[in-house]
Design a protein around this ligand. Structure first.
Ligand SMILES: *Cc1c(COP(=O)(O)O)cnc(C)c1O
Length: 381
């Protein structure tokens, strides 16, 4: 048996919508499907404004421009995250200031933020790891006290909530991803959520190569010209058509993922009870979207051995991330704003299991049996 780590889900209507876009004869960005996607997302999230982008990375770059990040400014974020969280700000000359994560949720430890704030700090970037919310009340309160912006990296968090509020609607700005490894996909894709309407007009301009083209199409100006910095952050209508098909099934797709997540949890619970592994902890104020199922082994050697044992049985499990503060670029561009002991420890012990709607009951059972066998035959000790 070979079990892939990921297989992008299809709802079935993607091709039909792409064909419609082709027949419509309008493939550049901001056509009918882009509009449909932003309207659907806006209604789903209850967000004031959603701008489709070609990736979450692009949405984060837009957020960094909107936050008016200048060379030498500091931005507080976890080290345990994907490179784009940091790169978007480094591109503006900012210094990422990394803080450690909480051992229970692997999210940025909110109690360490205060000590990381300096006179150069401009923003806090909470990353909702595995689609489980950061401690947003504390983070928002801290930001308000110090006059900082909050930019949610909600790449993994579409459909998750914190105290019944959808993630991506709490910070001033937020970024989502529709990369093929996320819950809702369009190959590459993303969205910027603008929760603070003072950013709205500039967000449109930055996304349209620094022009007021969007206003021109609304008939608000009689020609469009270069008015600000910007880039091309729009997805093609072909991508938007694909995405729209998926967005019509957010809860159904997340529901299927949750069923798999719960199967893993119940099957591996006894290994946790017996002290072999730790499973994800979901705080009671958080409802998550089953983006990821991971377990923590007791040691780094055990992580390496478990990944190899799974691989030998055809199961493609993976680990991540190499903590950003410990990378060449991280050392060059950023600095640690706290000790990094939890980040260093947990990234050395984390194993991510395959999780996607096409995963079958038999495959899940096989993966769990392989893990049980690994710990059962003594190699786990
Ligand atoms: C996937 C991911 C990104 C990047 O998303 P892209 O759409 O691939 O640009 C950024 N941050 C986090 C936390 C992610 O998981």
């Amino acid at each position: 048996m070979t079990i892939r780590f990921n297989f992008p889900h299809q709802v079935g209507t993607e091709i039909e919508y792409i064909r419609e876009a082709l027949e419509c004869g309008r493939l550049a960005g901001d056509g009918p499907y882009t509009k449909k996607c932003s309207e659907l997302l806006g209604a789903y999230l209850g967000a004031k404004d959603v701008l489709l982008t070609h990736s979450c990375t692009a949405a984060l770059e837009m957020a960094a421009i909107l936050a008016d990040i200048q060379p030498g400014d500091e931005v507080i974020m976890p080290s345990y995250t994907f490179v784009s969280t940091a790169n978007a700000f480094v591109l503006r000359g900012a210094i990422p200031v990394f803080v450690d994560i909480r051992p229970d949720t692997l999210n940025m430890d909110e109690s360490l933020i205060k000590a990381a704030i300096s006179s150069r700090t401009k923003a806090i970037v909470p990353v909702h790891y595995a689609g489980v919310a950061c401690e947003m009340d504390t983070i928002m309160e801290m930001a308000r006290q110090h006059g900082l912006l909050v930019i949610e990296d909600a790449a993994q968090a579409l459909g998750s909530t914190y105290k019944n509020r959808k993630l991506g609607t709490i910070g001033d700005l937020a970024a989502f991803s529709f990369h093929e490894t996320k819950n809702i996909v369009s190959g590459e894709g993303g969205a910027l959520v603008v929760n603070d309407l003072r950013f709205f007009e500039r967000a449109e301009i930055i996304r349209e190569k620094g022009t007021n083209r969007s206003r021109f199409f609304r008939g608000e100006v009689d020609k469009y010209t270069w008015v600000d910095v910007g880039s091309s952050y729009l997805p093609s209508e072909l991508v938007a058509a694909f995405l729209f098909a998926q967005l019509q099934h957010i809860d159904e797709i997340n529901g299927r993922r949750m069923a798999i997540w719960k199967r893993y949890e119940s099957a591996l619970r006894s290994l946790e009870k017996n002290g072999f592994v730790s499973l994800p902890m979901i705080p009671c104020e958080c409802a998550h979207n089953a983006h990821m199922f991971y377990l923590l082994t007791r040691t780094h050697d055990e992580q390496v051995a478990l990944l190899a044992a799974l691989k030998a049985k055809g199961v493609n499990a993976v680990f991540h991330y190499v903590p950003l503060h410990a990378t060449d670029a991280g050392r060059k561009f950023g600095r640690a704003g706290s000790a990094m002991s939890v980040t260093e420890d947990l990234s050395d012990r984390l194993v991510r299991l395959p999780l996607y709607p096409a995963l079958t009951e038999d495959e899940i059972a096989y993966i769990c049996a392989t893990i049980e066998e690994f710990f059962g035959d003594g190699r786990g000790l």
